[in-house]
Write a protein that binds this ligand. Structure first.
Ligand code: PAF
Length: 281
C-alpha cells in the first residue's frame, strides 16, 4: 500500500490508473479507523480496481471551541487497518498543502446546512464541503463512499455534487454499530466507562421511534416526545436536538411520510455524539 502526501502526486497517480482503464474508489476520512471506516473501505474494494483512502483531520470543519487539537490520531494503526482492508493507497496531506496561505476559496451549500448539526456548528458544513470538493479534484475517483451515520453530511455532499456537476458517484453505506447499538465513531474514545454505558440510550431511543412508526404512529410530535423521554432516562446524556426531517430538504416535518430522517445529537461527557434512523414510511 502506498502513502502519498503531495496533492499533485496523488492526482497524477489516480489519473494514470484511470488512463489504464481502472475504476477508482475514494473513501474520505479523518482517520482513527473503526469498523465503520472498514465497511466503507470494503465496499470500495468490492466495486473498484484502485482504492484510495484520504486521511486528513480537516481544521476548517472544526469550530474554535471544538476538538481539532484533541481529535484522536494514530497513523501507524490506521495504515495497518487500511492495508488489511485491501486499500491500495492512503492520501495523507499536510495542512499547509491543502490550505496554502492566504486561503480564500470555500464551498457553501445553503439551506440544508442550517438545521440539525448546522445550527450548533456554524461553518462546519462549509468546511466539510470545501475539503470534500478539494479531495474530489485531487483524487478524480469514479465513486466516493460515505457512512449514513453522518446523514446531514451525506445530503450536503450529494447536493454539492449535483449543483457543481462533479463527475463522481456518491455511495452511501449503513451505520455500523457496536453490539449494544452505539454507532461507531472516532469520538467514542472520549467516553468514560459510565458514559459509554449511558450512550447506548441514543440508539435505544431511535429504535423506540422506529417501533412506533412501524406500529402506525405518523405524528412526528408523538414520536419525538418518546425519543426525548427515553433520552431523559440517562442523566449523563444531554440532548442537543431531536428532530424529524424530510430526506430531500432536511426540513422539519409534522407528519411522518415518505423518506424521513429521525436524527439526534447529544453531549455525553466530553463527547458530542450524533445518531439517526432513516425511515421509508
Ligand atoms: O466524515 C468525515 O470523516 C469528514 O467529515 C470528511 C468527510 C472526511 C471530511 O473531512
Amino acid at each position: 500500500m502506498r502513502i502519498v502526501t503531495v496533492p499533485w502526486e496523488m492526482t497524477r497517480l489516480v489519473t494514470e490508473r484511470r488512463e489504464a482503464g481502472q475504476s477508482v474508489g475514494l473513501v474520505p476520512t479523518m482517520g482513527f479507523f473503526h469498523a465503520g471506516h472498514v465497511s466503507l473501505m470494503r465496499a470500495a474494494r468490492e466495486e473498484n480496481d484502485f482504492v484510495v483512502v484520504s486521511l486528513f483531520v480537516n481544521p476548517i470543519q472544526f469550530g474554535p471551541r471544538e476538538d481539532f487539537k484533541e481529535y484522536p490520531r494514530d497513523l501507524q494503526r490506521d495504515v495497518e487497518i487500511a492495508a488489511q482492508a485491501g486499500v491500495d493507497c492512503i492520501f495523507h496531506p499536510r495542512v499547509e498543502d491543502m490550505y496554502p496561505q492566504p486561503y480564500l476559496t470555500f464551498v457553501e451549500v445553503e439551506g440544508i446546512t442550517e438545521g440539525l448539526c448546522g445550527a450548533s456548528r456554524p461553518g462546519h458544513f462549509r468546511g466539510v464541503a470545501t475539503v470534500v470538493a478539494k479531495l474530489f479534484h485531487i483524487i478524480p475517483a469514479h465513486r466516493a463512499y460515505f457512512g449514513l451515520k453522518d446523514a446531514q453530511q451525506v445530503r450536503v455532499i450529494q447536493k454539492m455534487v449535483e449543483d457543481l456537476n462533479f463527475d463522481i458517484q456518491i455511495v452511501t453505506c449503513p451505520t455500523v454499530r457496536e453490539e449494544d447499538g452505539l454507532a461507531m465513531s472516532s469520538r467514542n474514545v472520549y467516553l468514560k466507562p459510565e458514559e459509554r454505558r449511558a450512550a447506548t440510550v441514543l440508539y435505544r431511543s431511535l429504535r423506540r421511534a422506529e417501533e412506533m412508526v412501524r406500529g402506525g404512529e405518523r405524528e412526528a410530535r408523538e414520536v419525538l416526545a418518546a425519543v426525548r423521554e427515553t433520552l431523559e432516562t440517562e442523566p449523563l446524556v444531554e440532548p442537543e436536538y431531536v428532530e424529524a426531517v424530510d430526506w430531500e430538504g432536511l426540513r422539519p416535518v409534522e407528519r411522518l411520510q415518505g423518506k424521513v430522517l429521525i436524527a439526534l445529537a447529544a453531549r455525553v461527557g466530553k463527547a458530542r455524539l450524533i445518531d439517526n434512523v432513516l425511515l421509508e414510511v
